[in-house]
Every structure is written in structure tokens, then in C-alpha cells.
Design a protein around this ligand. Structure first.
Ligand SMILES: [Zn+2]
Length: 83
């Protein structure tokens, strides 16, 4: 799995896989499963993988989700963006 610094993953996982959040997990994108490293037999079907791109704000350099950038611009810098 390729994961750059500017990429974060939004996963839709079947069942209640909330306990996975506190564990180190492996995501198998090809097989669409995710499983904790310490218990690889517990595999959870991943229903959807959505990559959310993040960008550095050109004004303050903070890392902001692409979708949240317009709001950040307006709220923090008072800049209106066309997107
Ligand atoms: Zn900013």
C-alpha cells in the first residue's frame, strides 16, 4: 500500500471494527480487507476506500484536507476561494 504524507484514508469497514482504530493495522487494498497486525486472522471486509488528499495551506503551511481548504481559507485567513 502506498501512503504518502499527504494522503489519508477514509475506510468504510463492515461490522463494528472500531477496535481497529487503536491498533496497528494492515490494509490489503487488493483484497479489500483490513486486519490488525497482532491478530491477522481477524480480517474485516473493507467496503470502500477513499483517499482524501491533503494540501499545505499556502498562507500558514498547515496541512488541511482538500475539501476543508475553502473553509480554512475563509475562517483563518478571511480569504474567499472560488472553489
Ligand atoms: Zn492557512
Amino acid at each position: 500500500m502506498e501512503s504518502g504524507e499527504t494522503l489519508t484514508y477514509v475506510l468504510t469497514v463492515k461490522h463494528n471494527a472500531g477496535f481497529l482504530l487503536s491498533k496497528l493495522c494492515l490494509l490489503d487494498e487488493a483484497a479489500m480487507v483490513i486486519y490488525p497486525l497482532e491478530a491477522a486472522t481477524f480480517k474485516f471486509a473493507v467496503l470502500a476506500i477513499r483517499r482524501v488528499e491533503r494540501v499545505h495551506c499556502e498562507h500558514c503551511g498547515v496541512l488541511v484536507g482538500l475539501l476543508k481548504l475553502p473553509r480554512h481559507m475563509k475562517k483563518v485567513h478571511g480569504v474567499r476561494t472560488t472553489t
